[in-house]
Design a protein around this ligand. Sequence first.
Ligand code: ATP
Ligand code: MG
Length: 422
Amino acid sequence: MIYNEILVRFGDLTLKGKNQNTFLRSLFKLVDKKMEELDGILVEHTHDRIFIHLNGVDHNLVLERLNRVSGLSSYSLVVECNDDINTIKETALALMQEVVVDKPVTFKVDTKRANKQYPLHSMEITKIVSGYVLSHHNLLKVDVHNPEVELFLEVRGGKCYLYNTTIRAMGGYPVGIAGKGLLMLSGGIDSPVAGYMAMKQGIQIEAIHFESTPLTSIESAQKVVDLVKKMALYAPNDKIMVHMIPFKEIHQAILEYVDDSYIITVMRRMMYRIATKMAEKHKCLCLVNGESVGQVASQTLGSMHCINSVTNIPVLRPLVTFDKQDIIAISKKIDCYDLSIKPFQDCCTVYLPKNPTTNPHEGKAQHYESLFDFEKMVDWAVENSNDIVIDASSDLDLSMYGLEVRDVLKEYWEERKNSESK
Ligand code: ATP
Ligand code: MG
């Protein structure tokens, strides 16, 4: 491959106003971190571009990592050369010889000249280079309106950058720049996608999972750990904190005291109450979840209204208007789908009431809640959350321990403490 560099763009900075510098600092830090493990790569930052000098490293390894950096708008595989016109001509020909090998194509040269001191105008450069390439490559024909292949030349800072395509990057804002949010993570298809969308928009996430082991299986909690590991690839430092909330007692109280039709409503109101307190405790400015209007009984507008009324912090629902097919496509893209469809039951699915209400009355929900001392239980759950940091390369295996996640994690911490003190 002739490419020796990747040119990375990050969109229109004028839109970022006063936050430009913060934006750039976060972005550079994210890119540097992702490139850290690739020996030989050299990352160069300028005020409006990042240049990644490959130095022989496979460009696919770099692209794979760039696709995990939010805030980048696009990138191109480029050949960099000096800006004297003869060198540009030769490099352009070499690139086109590599790109067009077997069948004839139409092409066009497009020149941008950032260096206004350069002795030739853009049109002159285009003319000279396309004339030279055409006369030395017999499979090319010019078509300025609808070319099959384009050759872009950017002359800037004593160099010329040559490339054929621009690939869209992740977009959005550098993760972390918008502050922290608490993602309600269930282990299904939707919530990891919601978390990814939030990170893409600049929100650093911590995850919260309500686990009811041993009412639910340890595998359902393991699934959450494994999903967080996948999502951590998009997080700052490849790490996400997950809060495992012991939910069994509340879950049992709900099954005992609440009418079947209100079980899901009350369960979700409890989740929101705990999540709100956890968000305050961990300085998260919002909740994020995978709800989408109309998907299930608890996601009608009536249900959402009744459930949402127990919290006063913003609840972001990145998927609220998404079709399931679109959610699945993103789930596959971020490599969570195969995990998400593993059939382990969590607390919302282990006992599914036959006729859940789609239009709950808040007074009724409050009535059922008054039948047990839920506030104490909520506070206890918050105090007894097990907080673990999962990184993209961690391999926490819950099944090695016991039946209840709370015991499992106790054992896990003990083991770690012991091994660290040795
Ligand atoms: P998902 O595919 O993410 O499981 P879903 O369509 O199954 O979503 P629900 O089970 O009604 O929908 O849950 C809606 C949202 O509530 C989830 O996307 C998630 O954000 C949150 N949630 C549900 N169960 C849990 C749980 N056990 N722990 C944490 N959050 C949960
Ligand atoms: Mg679910």
